[in-house]
Design a protein around this ligand. Structure first.
Ligand SMILES: C[S@@+](CC[C@H](N)C(=O)[O-])C[C@H]1O[C@@H](n2cnc3c(N)ncnc32)[C@H](O)[C@@H]1O
Length: 238
């Protein structure tokens, strides 16, 4: 199982799960909510479409998808952190969406779902944690129907300039402190900027998507490049 490349990632998310949503809102100044909305609006799901949300965490994407796209859609969320899934289960029950959203404990490299079973696949702030990204993207492609949509939302580094410098200051100095105080896990919020700074530039990640077999690959910088929404489609069979 390739998740063993980063054995601490699973226990890190288990540890921060109870504080994860609150910290997301604080550290991104609620931008994360708007970014997920953009992702959902890019899914192009039919009214009764099926969405696979990989690395679903506390299920913000799935809940947003059902609320926006209607109760006929069905979402399967997969994550390997049982405590993130426990938070997700609680939120889904509170929102009354247990019929629409199913959760499965599993690894992104070995997804326990049927091949070609989904109209769209999303991964929000998750691909950064996977080392062999092309292999992961290929495995995602196999779960999508022909013509299916892949959307990847990820934190990225803004282009050089003043914002870039301010961002680095915030990301390297302030964020680990705030995250550490709230979650009591400074390592997790030191890992976060490290992993974002190592994430490839949008053009390079778009190339990886093409290498993994996606067509019509596009990307949209959000909040001046602090996050990027990537989109591609699986080829249609003629
Ligand atoms: C930053 S959180 C993102 C959660 C959610 N998608 C969101 O929008 O907030 C990353 C999630 O990826 C999960 N994750 C990381 N590597 C994984 C893997 N190999 N397989 C399954 N889940 C993984 C973690 O457990 C965590 O819940």
């Amino acid at each position: 199982m390739r998740s063993s490349e980063l054995p601490f990632v699973q226990s890190m998310f288990d540890h921060i799960a109870p504080h994860y949503d609150l910290l997301n809102r604080i550290l991104s100044l609620r931008q994360d909510v708007m970014w997920r909305r953009k992702l959902v609006s890019a899914l192009d799901l039919p009214p009764d479409g099926r969405l696979l949300d990989v690395a679903c965490g506390t299920c913000d994407v799935g809940i947003e998808a059902v609320r926006t796209l209607g109760s006929e859609i069905r979402v399967t969320g997969v994550d390997f952190s049982r405590r993130m899934l426990a938070q997700a289960r609680r939120k889904i029950a509170q929102a009354g969406l247990s019929e629409q959203i199913q959760l499965i404990a599993g690894d992104a490299f070995d997804l326990p779902v049927a091949a070609e079973g989904f109209d769209a696949l999303s991964i929000a702030f998750g691909i950064r944690n996977l080392q062999d990204r092309v292999a992961a993207l290929v495995s995602f492609r196999r779960r999508l129907k022909p013509g299916g949509v892949l959307t990847v939302l990820e934190l990225t580094t803004p282009p050089p300039g003043i914002l870039h410098r301010l961002y680095l200051l915030y990301f390297r100095r302030l964020l680990p402190r705030i995250g550490g105080v709230f979650s009591q896990n400074r390592a997790a919020y030191t890992y976060l900027p490290d992993s974002v700074l190592k994430f490839p530039r949008p053009l390079e990640f778009a190339r990886m998507m093409r290498r993994a077999g996606y067509a019509r690959v596009t990307w949209l910088p959000l909040s001046m490049g602090i996050a990027t929404l990537f989109k591609g489609r699986t080829p249609v069979r003629l």
